[in-house]
Write a protein that binds this ligand. Structure first.
Ligand SMILES: Cc1cc2nc3c(=O)[nH]c(=O)nc-3n(C[C@H](O)[C@H](O)[C@H](O)COP(=O)(O)OP(=O)(O)OC[C@H]3O[C@@H](n4cnc5c(N)ncnc54)[C@H](O)[C@@H]3O)c2cc1C
Ligand SMILES: O=C(O)CCC(=O)C(=O)O
Length: 341
């Protein structure tokens, strides 16, 4: 039987990781990634790349935990291999601190990250404004390195990558058998999906190599995330704000908030401002849809709407999207067999 042709729309974290999963797990297909933007110009490049899950209100917790665990285990294996440096993956330890004791002292992901425990009184002395804290070790991606690594893996296994903007998924009908939609916030226009909205995030990427412990305020607004090449200082969470231009007042506010937690950051150098729009939704859209035009059909698998947590769950959602693609292929093969009989 001829190979089924799969088009993946989007070359951010979700598109590339889904394309990699499909190309490595489904032998009877060829994979092409089509996107209008590539690294270093995607939202995924702006992210801190920390594996700290955000809760999706529309997904049962046990499923979220499974998506996180699959992603953590996958990246942990890369971290423990000679690929770690090329892929831009490292382990990072640190603290999540709270001004008041949170409802959830033991978050659902506490037994997936490593060495999760409450902070000691001694550790908390560093943060006189905070009363409670959690210490743990997690993984962090250097986002542009990880995206390049995924792209290299794809090209290495014979997949194609093209630059093109798609106005309507139906454009792909004549050349491809199944389309996988990983267009992030672009799905608002591409699919007319009004359930997805931007949450604007501004961060600073600074040079401060002496900072090697992460600090996250439990309110999710202020964070210091040391990575391989720089330290990410955050942030902002501005719902329905589409503005991609840096705001100097936010930059100053972020810097001041981070210095209040880690005063040595006053000496940080080479401060770069980055802005991204988190593709937010109550739940990631992981779903099959059959588009129909003039009696012709095009199976589509959606994988978008990862909001603040794309890095934390991407491998798990790639696996589920690949499973749905497998179902589409089985249905196509079933119907072509029937037509021959
Ligand atoms: C400041 C900030 C910090 C973050 N930190 C973290 C973190 O520490 N941990 C974490 O887990 N998550 C984090 N995130 C969230 C994470 O970045 C996102 O969940 C993730 O990047 C979403 O990936 P994506 O591939 O869906 O989107 P994108 O990276 O936006 O990729 C979408 C792709 O689709 C393409 N596209 C869109 N429309 C079309 C079209 N019509 N035709 C062709 N191509 C199209 C785009 O060009 C792009 O290539 C952060 C986000 C921000 C903004
Ligand atoms: O929330 C965090 O701590 C990680 C950064 C992030 O996910 C974000 O800013 O969206």
């Amino acid at each position: 039987m001829a190979k089924q042709k799969i088009a993946v729309v989007g070359a951010g974290l979700i598109g590339l990781s889904t394309a990699v999963y499909i190309s490595e797990s489904i032998s009877k297909c060829s994979v092409t990634v089509i996107s209008d933007k590539f690294t270093p110009n995607t939202t995924s490049d702006v992210a801190a790349g920390m594996l700290i899950p955000h809760t999706y209100q529309g997904i049962p917790i046990h499923q979220q935990k499974q998506l996180f665990r699959e992603t953590f285990d996958y990246l942990f294996e890369i971290n423990n291999s000679s690929e770690a440096s090329d892929a831009g993956i490292n382990l990072v330890s640190g603290w999540q601190i709270f001004k008041t004791i949170p409802d959830e002292v033991l978050p659902f992901w506490s037994d997936v990250v490593l060495g999760f425990r409450s902070m000691t009184e001694e550790e908390l002395k560093k943060f006189p404004q905070h009363r409670f804290g959690q210490a743990f070790t997690t993984l962090k991606c250097d986002c542009p390195s990880y995206l390049l690594w995924l792209e290299k893996r794809l090209k290495g296994n014979g997949s194609q990558v093209y630059a093109r903007r798609i106005e309507d998924l139906w454009e792909l009908h004549s050349k491809y058998d199944v389309v996988v939609n990983c267009s992030g916030i672009g799905s608002r226009e591409l699919m007319g999906d009004l359930e997805i909205y931007p949450v604007r995030g501004q961060v600073l990427k600074v040079d401060a190599p002496w900072v090697n412990h992460f600090i996250r305020d439990g309110d999710g607004l202020t964070y210091i995330y040391p990575g391989i090449h720089n330290v990410t200082l955050g942030g902002t969470r501005q719902k329905d704000n589409w503005n991609l231009s840096p705001d100097p007042r936010s930059s100053k506010d972020i810097f001041d908030r981070c210095c209040a937690l880690e005063p040595s950051l006053q000496r940080a150098q080479d401060i770069k401002v980055r802005v991204g729009l988190r593709p937010s939704r109550l739940a990631v859209r992981l779903q099959k849809e059959i588009l129909v035009h003039d009696g012709k059909k095009l199976p589509v698998v959606h994988n978008y709407g990862h909001g603040s947590g794309g890095f934390s769950v991407h491998r798990g959602t790639a696996k589920e999207a690949a499973r749905l693609v497998g179902e589409c292929i089985a249905a196509l093969e079933g119907s072509s067999l029937k037509a021959k009989l």
